[in-house]
Each structure stands twice: as C-alpha cells, then as structure tokens.
Design a binder for this molecule. Sequence first.
Ligand code: ATP
Ligand code: MG
Length: 676
Amino acid sequence: MSSTLSTLLVENRRYEPSAEFRSQANVSDARVYGEALGDPIGFWEAWAKQLDWFEPWTTQLEWKKPFARWFVGGRLNACHNCVDRHVANGLGSKVALIGEGEPGDVRAFTYAHVKDEVSKIANALKAMGVKKGDRVCIYMPMIPELPFTMLACARIGAAHSVVFGGFSSESLYERINDAGAKVVVTADGGWRRGNVVPLKKIADEALASGCPTVTKVLVYERIGEGAEFDRGNWTEGRDLRWSETVDTASTDCPCEPMDSEDLLYILYTSGSTGKPKGIMHTTGGYLTQVYATTQWVFDLKPDDVYWCTADCGWVTGHSYIVYGPMANAATAVVYEGTPDTPDKDRFWRVIEKHKVSILYTAPTAIRTFMKWGEEYPERCDLSSLRLLGSVGEPINPEAWVWYQETIGKGRCPVVDTWWQTETGAIMITPLPGITATKPGSATQPFPGIKAVVFDESGGDVTPVQGALGFYREHAPAQGPERGGILAITDPWPSMLRGIWGDQERYQNVYWSRFDDAYFPGDGTKVDEDGYFWLLGRIDDVMLVSGHNISTMEVESALVDHPAVAEAAVIGRAHEIKGQGISAFVILRAGSAPSPSGEEAVRLAAEIKEHVAKKIGAIARPDDLFFCAELPKTRSGKIMRRLLRDVAEGRALGDTTTLADPSVVAALKEKYESSES
Ligand code: ATP
Ligand code: MG
C-alpha cells in the first residue's frame, strides 16, 4: 500500500448551528475543547462526580498499556445511577420508557415503576442462583423488559450478554457458551413484520446443542395465548414462566455496590469483518462516558422524548437506549418491530404519536427511507423533532442532506457519531451547539478524546489545529487534506477492557498495529479544519493503479446519482490495475424499471460516468451490477468481504452474522450468470 489514502470526494457544504439552537444548547462554548485538552483526566473526573458513588475512588486512572483502570477503588452501581437515584431525587413519576410493540400496543413506565420491575427481575434471578460475577444471556425482543433485564443484572452485579433477537440458534449457542452464561432470559416470541419470531423455540435449539453452564431459562410471555406459533418444548425444572416468577417476586432488592472496574457486560461485535469478539465493558468509566456524551451530543433536556432506533442487541442499544439516556433520567421510546409494518411510514408515525424530539438512527435506515420516497415522512407531523443523529457506518453526504432536509426540515442539527462496540461510547462527533457540520464528516473528537490520523508508516498526519483549536501540540503540517488510519493515543473511560477469554487477541487486534496507540481498524481523512471523514474499514480500502481509494467515497458518488438508492463497492483482482472497482447498485423506487438488456447497459454507463465526473476517472467503476438487495449484517451493515468473494468467484466466507444468507447466495448466482 502506498503511504496515504487518496482523497477524492470534495464536499463543501457547511451547516452552522442556528443562533436559536446555540442559545439553548447544553454546551455552546468551544472552550470546553481546550479545557479538556489541558486536563483530560480531570475533565472525565468532573463528569464521574455527577454520578452517585457509594465510595469515592482513590486514583483517577491507572494505565498499563493496553489495560486501563478508571476511578480505581470507587464503588457504585449502574442500575442505581440509571433508576434509583432519579426516584430518590423526586423523578419517580417521570416517564422513563415508552414501549411500542409492533402490533401497536403501547406501555409507558415511570422511573418508580421501572425500579419495581427491575427489582422483581433481580430477585427472580437471585432465586435462580445468579450471583455477583455470573453471566446472564438475554435473548429477547425489543420490548421494555429487555432493558429492565439488563438493569436487573447490573443491580445484582451479574454481567449481561445480550444476543440480538434476530440471531439464529447457532449464533446464540456460540455466544452462550463463549460467555459461560448461567441463565438465559428469553420470551415466547417477538413481533417482526407481522409474524412471530419464536425466540423460545430457537433458544431450545441452542440449548439442545449443549450449553452445560445454563441451569435455568426465564421466559417472558410476550405473545401469550393469542397466536399460533411454535413455542418450543417446555423443560420442567429448567424453564420458568415470567408470570410465575418475576410477577410474584418482591419489589425490594438493594443495589449491589460494585467496584468501578467490575464487569458490567460482555457484548459480541456485529461481525462484519469476521468472527465476533466478546467485548468487555466495566462499570465506572463506561457509565461516566455514556452519561457525558448523551448530555452533550444529543443536547438532552428533561422534557425531551428521545428515540434511538437501534436494538439492545447492539452496543448502540446498550449505551444510547439504556445506560446513557437513563443515567440522564431521559424519557425514551423503545419500538419492537420493523419500519415497514404495517406500512413504510411506521417510524414517522411513532415520532408523531410520541412527539419524539431526538432521533438517533443508522445510515442504512436513512438510505432505505430515501429509496421508499418522501411520501411516507410527508404523511406525518415531524415538527416535534429538534435533533437528528446517525451511527453505524459512514453516512454518504447525499443521505446526510436528505436526512437534514426531509426529516429535519432544515431545522435540526445532524450529529454523525463515530464509535464502535470497543469504544463503548461516542468518540468523534459534532457538539450541536458549537460545531459547524459538513455532510459526511463526523467532525471532531469529543472533548477529552485524543484521536489522530497516522499514515501507513505510523507518521502523524493530523493538521496542527482543528477549527476548534483542540489538542494538537506539535505540528506535522503535511498539507491541507490527508488520508490515513485512525488511531486513539490516550486511554478513555469507556474503552473496552479486553476480549472475554482472549486477552491475547485483544493485544493483537487493537494494540499491535501502532506502538503507542489504539487501532480501531478504520480509515479516515482529515481536512484543513481538523475534521475527520471516516472512510470505513481499512480492510475495505481498494488499491487501484497505485492509488488507495476508499469504498465509501465511490459509494457516495454512486448514490449521488438520482437513480441510485444504495451502493456497495469493492476492489476485485485486475490484471493491469492491481485492483479494479466493482459496484453493486440498488436503484430507487420508481426511478427506473428494473433495467435489463440495452436499458441496463445505458444506465450503467451513465452511472459510471457520474462517478468519474464527481470524483475523477481513477474511481470509475470497471463493472456495475444492478441488484435488488445487498448482503448485510443483522445490524444493517454491508458485508463487503462477501461481495469480494462473489466478484472473485470464491466460495462465500463465514455468513453466520448475515441478516439473510439467501440474499448473497442469490446475488452470487445472478452475478455469475451475468458474467458469461
Ligand atoms: P466487527 O468488528 O465484528 O467486524 P463491526 O465493526 O461492524 O463488527 P460495531 O462495533 O457495531 O461492529 O461497529 C463499529 C464500526 O462501525 C466502526 O469501526 C466503523 O467502521 C463503523 N462506524 C460506526 N459509526 C460510524 C460513523 N459515524 N461513521 C463511520 N463509520 C462508522
Ligand atoms: Mg469492528
């Protein structure tokens, strides 16, 4: 690889925070960056002090690379901080969660109510023999009982491992055994696109494959008697009904005082690059950073109605449905089902009905909404919205602008937040009352976070000073805009504490690339204002005629064409260029009839030309293939490694984390027949 990424896409649009937003923002003074730079540990300590501690810490940070310990000696409980302290502070009657089921059932829970529900679950878990330090696997639909069960584990000091309810029995089996879970908490089923996902039956299959550590299975009756579906096999002695155990348990359960560094949870990464890793997060530092980022990034206020559309099976659900918002006493919406049930306007209906003011969703969802068309959001009153967030993948400028204009009506700041399961909390993001945003850029590191850009040889190419004058003390001064590899040089409170059961892999994956910095695996460019433009995984970067080209930039140019809804780009072996560019393209609804024959050839040529015009001839796709769907993980990320397998005619690699394995199989078949 040559030393830098070519930076092709030029994006000059810029959005200043409105005076109105700035004047009410939780943070509006850019000096916070400089202050945090001067004393990052003190900055985080000030946030930690806003939480309730049973005992104060003696040392702020112990750093023995790659192992960090934050707020050493302190004792606290995450559930106490997310629930009990709000009740104690007079917020018992404030609504904590509004759960909307896919069939339309709505249940709201106040903080006092949550405290009772969580305490009952905690007592039921204790009665099943769960003790501090044990692991509990949670395999549930997106209903309020899922966050409640997470909090119940935290309450008694057991670590939870949430497995997304869309995962198969094999994936569940692997995760139960990897974590050595003592109890599995599940439901009879959950609603998805009008059908029941038979969770208990799938859990039974996983357990039948051999899970020797599991002694009990607790089953919430979500579907109940009303529907016909496969309920699995009831195993007397092992299986327990929620209605007979939790509902009858006492509401009195004290919070276990935990060490700041005690394990809060294990969570497996989404697996877009390979075998998932059991990421470990602990209590004090994690809670501090999710608390701080929720308050500043989302500008959360007491009367906001906040909706993060992620599932609790992903880290976004952990940090920005449960721990961050609830540590801030937020009112949050939890929605069970899909965005197209009963119709493609469901998200907008949810927003209208509950007067959602803050929406946090993913680029894959935004591109899907664009593909469906504006008629759906236009049916609903979205005037309650005041801030929009994005997470999970780089957001193409076209999708960013659509989100800002069509959903936010030009009125709501958009915060594109870069982070990962491993970082635990948001790392690179605008602060909506301070930062001028640029579509496609996650802008700048959160105060107290030291992120830099290295070139291939480990040389620092970050510009001297960001627009906000943050953190660069010395000057490499390498020209206006440079591409390279993202690195984080200093420990942060919510950083992973390792990989469950495999600290050697932890060392190898994250701490062997650079001598002295954390390696997240993502490419980025940085512009003259010090803004970061995340370019996706460096594994996805293409090397075309000696130029490193990011898949993200070519994809952004493709979706900029009016007929294109979504695109995935990969590098495939090419005799002359080293790698050629293959594009997989989904067309927008109504923009063209599913093209075939001459029409397809003409449109493909036009779209390729659009890319060449937009970012240069070097990035013109060599081939362009129209498809109906792209292979995605269950969290909605495109799996480019499988597309590379398709384009290079290989057998498909690991497909266990795919949302729908038939998509890639069909794609492979169609691709191979179109080549001949
Ligand atoms: P695995 O590590 O198992 O392959 P994964 O990386 O997809 O899975 P996550 O931790 O859920 O699992 O995703 C984090 C990754 O998502 C980041 O490393 C980055 O590549 C991408 N990402 C998340 N948010 C953004 C963003 N705002 N901009 C660009 N990329 C993002
Ligand atoms: Mg990852």
